[in-house]
Ligand binder design. Structure first.
Ligand SMILES: Cc1ncc(COP(=O)(O)O)c(C=O)c1O
Length: 471
């Protein structure tokens, strides 16, 4: 193997955070990411398991897995070895000229883990890219069957499917559409089957039924012959705060899509790969199997940019015989990405991390439910496995959120960070739909670590209530 040489980063990686750190002072990293005056972030020194250390030696517990991505924790030896082995062998090989063992093995093992119906694997560099690829693949699949009039992709409001323009066009976030709408083709949106702030006159089940009816009515109004696909996050991510739809909704969604020849795409960028206590979330709803599945965060676990589209063999064959999938990127099928994907998959399956997500998710959920019962500002706890969210409210009886200006979720995340606990938080639709933080530790978390995280959240929630004047 090629010997790794020292490089110019070696001496600097443990350098302390510079005293200067605001935009005015010229921190280049923050120019795009933060408004002027934003304090500098701590600088990462190293990370191991569920822990991270900054260059001042402070330890943090990562209860968000970064942006719900680092599913197998940090510093995993098998993944680091796979990266090194593949990088030394061939860091890149143009898929137009070569196949790679990493790509082939990853695709084969992922297809086995996904189960029948998902035998074909297309590898790209992230979640948005994978959703774009899934939409273009669905379009080509329809055209291959002589249904060229199908192009509309229906999605939920709210939802998140990515930041690139195609993925953003199906993302349900009015604030983002206000800004970027003119750049995109409008796509039909239907209400999400929310389970907490249900509109008056409905209960959870009847709202779920209603949302499914709206989906069908939308398809009929648009003209079923023009509707290509319905894309949904089976277990929600940040946009809904880990929404778990009622079973009645999922069953009816599948029936409606089948009835109208609409492809069902499951965006499992955040939920897939074991996080919800199943390798793919549709295992929780066996009568709602999607036609295409998109994975990303759980597939690369933060070690390398990686996104995947899983598709059925026969439908891909139809596209192939029509000339092949007309889509690609420089980094598609990238050997390093595939080597990482393979190692992450092996770690997940060999170490029983899917089962651990279910078990520790249950433990964490019980602790958060207990917190909800005691705290004046925790209005709801939802999710599945280790994909959980805590919603904050100003008034539990009326479910009234804090005003958006209170930035309640961001306050909780900041307080937690001050106390050494990292939670993932970002607002959709400027906080108009409510405020929550994701609680999603790596799937390797032990019972003791889960208890430590639950204690940390309880302490951060209490301090947040005090700062928001609700204690
Ligand atoms: C459900 C979902 N879809 C798509 C994306 C976009 O993925 P990426 O940021 O890798 O482009 C995300 C990212 O958070 C996501 O949570």
């Amino acid at each position: 193997m090629t010997e790794l040489l020292r490089n110019s980063l070696d001496d600097r990686i443990a350098e302390p955070t510079p005293a200067l750190g605001t935009l005015e002072r010229g921190e280049p990293i923050q120019v795009f990411a933060a408004p002027p005056g934003t304090p500098a972030k701590p600088r990462i020194a190293r990370a191991e398991g569920i822990y991270m250390w900054d260059t001042d030696g402070r330890r943090y517990v990562d209860a968000g897995s970064g942006p719900v991505a680092c599913n197998i924790g940090y510093g995993n030896r098998r993944v680091l070895a796979a990266l090194q082995t593949q990088a030394a062998a061939a860091a890149f090989a143009n898929p137009a000229s070569f196949e790679s063992a990493a790509n082939r093995l990853f695709a084969e093992r992922l297809a086995v883990a996904a189960g029948p119906g998902y035998e074909r694997v297309f590898v790209v560099s992230g979640g948005s890219e994978a959703n774009e690829a899934a939409i273009k693949l669905a379009r080509q699949m329809a055209v291959a069957r002589g249904e060229a009039a199908r192009w509309k992709v229906v999605s939920r409001q709210p939802s998140y499917h990515g930041g690139t323009l195609g993925a953003l066009s199906v993302t349900g976030d009015p604030t983002a559409h206000e800004l970027f709408g003119p750049l995109m083709k409008p796509m039909p949106k239907v209400p999400a089957p929310v389970t907490y702030r249900i509109p008056p006159g409905f209960d959870q089940e009847s709202w779920a039924e209603h949302c499914a009816e709206v989906l069908e009515r939308t398809i009929l109004d648009e003209g079923p012959e023009t509707v290509l696909a319905f894309i949904q996050e089976p277990v929600g991510g940040l946009a809904t705060g880990a929404l778990v739809p009622h079973a009645a909704y999922m069953r009816r969604v599948r029936e409606i899509c089948t009835r109208h020849g609409v492809m069902l795409i499951h965006d499992e960028v955040m939920s897939g790969g074991g996080r919800t206590g199943a390798f793919l979330s549709h295992e929780h709803w066996p009568d709602c199997r999607p036609d295409l599945v998109v994975l990303a965060k759980g597939a690369g676990a933060g070690y390398f940019p990686l996104g995947v589209v899983l598709a059925p063999r026969d439908r891909v064959a139809e596209v192939a015989s029509g000339g092949g999938f007309m889509h690609g990127h420089t980094a598609f099928g990238n050997p390093l990405a595939c080597a990482v994907g393979l190692a992450v998959l092996d770690e997940t399956l060999d170490n029983g991390l899917v089962g651990n997500a279910a078990e520790q998710g249950g433990r964490l959920r019980a602790r958060l439910d207990d917190l909800m019962a005691r705290s004046p500002i925790v209005g709801d706890v939802r999710g599945k496995g280790l994909l959980l969210a805590v919603e904050l409210v100003a008034d539990k009886a009326t479910k009234t959120p804090f005003p958006p200006s209170a930035v309640a979720g961001a306050t909780l995340a900041r307080v937690a960070m001050e106390q050494g606990l990292i939670l993932y938080q970002r607002r959709t639709n400027a906080g108009r739909d409510g405020d929550w933080v994701m609680v999603a530790p790596p799937l390797i978390a032990t019972a003791g670590e889960i208890d430590m995280i639950a204690d940390g959240i309880a302490s951060a929630v209490a301090e947040t209530a005090r700062r928001l004047g609700a204690a």
